[in-house]
Write a protein that binds this ligand. Structure first.
Ligand code: AP5
Length: 252
């Protein structure tokens, strides 16, 4: 039995999760903190979709769409994609029917303008239309030491088919370099080269740390220690989300 089934954290039966509005959840944290890994667990727990701007952008690059061609070089250098382009793809994704009960934003917002845009978008699209009584995102920051982040990113392997994330040190596949789920050959992301990793971490400090400060000033962020086994981190995040969601539904 997995940790999510073992933990008694709020509404946890499948039926309850399907009926409940969870609302927007934002996972913040530097590259390698475990946002993608945790998003997959959390979306499975609440049965809501993961909206990863990194994955959406990488798909555009892979398909060589006009957007993909525009952002390819920026991403390869570890820089951020312009706000208006990212906000557009997020708006498009959040209007999909599967996002009606809530979603986990992974990698968005990561500039203060994006955070301000997200608040306005959620207010107009979900609150003022009467879809959700509570619309402020629950913001969870995952914290991990710099040197551990370097190690984690350098050891990451990803499945090109199902997106499952592995690590050569900590989350190893059963067969070397092969996905446990679908047998695909795992790949190393283009931006997981050492010089780009350092640039991505510097970009985080410069441009995304202010997002954490923005949410902190509004009293809307919780910080989780991400340097623990994956399932323990997931259980902590779920506990925080359930607590915040319960408080919001009681109007606190
Ligand atoms: P994006 O794809 O969002 O990358 P990132 O933020 O740099 O984050 P990562 O995917 O590197 O790390 P993660 O926190 O998801 O960690 P993971 O779970 O994989 O963005 C890529 C690029 O797209 C950006 O550089 C930018 O150019 C562009 N972009 C995206 N969003 C944008 C936006 N909003 N605005 C502008 N530009 C944007 O885990 C890492 C490794 O650690 C894995 O190997 C995993 O197995 C392992 N691991 C995870 N948890 C644990 C644990 N608890 N213990 C041990 N190992 C663990």
């Amino acid at each position: 039995m997995g940790i999510l089934e073992q933990e008694r954290v709020g509404a946890s039966s499948m039926a309850e999760q399907l009926l409940r509005n969870i609302g927007p959840i934002v996972l913040l944290g530097p590259p390698g903190a475990g946002k993608g890994t945790q998003s997959k667990n959390i979306t499975q727990h609440y049965r809501i979709p993961q909206v990863s701007t990194g994955d959406l952008l990488r798909e555009h690059v892979k398909q060589a769409t006009p957007l993909g061609l525009e952002v390819k070089e920026l991403m390869a250098r570890g820089e951020l994609v312009p706000d208006h382009l990212v906000c557009d793809i997020v708006a498009w994704r959040l209007r999909e029917p599967d996002a009606r009960r809530g979603f986990v934003l992974d990698g968005f917002p990561r500039a203060q303008k994006q955070a301000v845009w997200l608040d306005a978008f959620l207010k107009f699209e979900f609150f003022e239309t009467g879809k959700w009584p509570a619309w402020l995102p629950i913001v969870v920051r995952i914290q991990v030491d710099y040197n551990k982040l370097l190690l984690r990113i350098a050891g990451r392997r990803t499945c090109p088919t199902c997106g499952r994330i592995y690590n050569v040190h900590s989350q190893t596949p059963l067969v070397d370099e092969i996905c446990d789920v679908d047998g695909s050959k795992l790949f190393i992301r283009d931006d997981d080269r050492e010089e780009v990793i350092r640039e991505r971490l510097a970009t985080y400090e410069r441009q995304t740390q202010p997002v954490a400060d923005y949410y902190a000033q509004l009293g809307r962020i919780v910080t989780i220690d991400g340097d623990r086994p994956v399932d323990e981190v997931t259980a902590s995040i779920v506990r925080e989300i359930d607590g915040k969601a319960a408080a919001a539904s009681e109007g606190k």
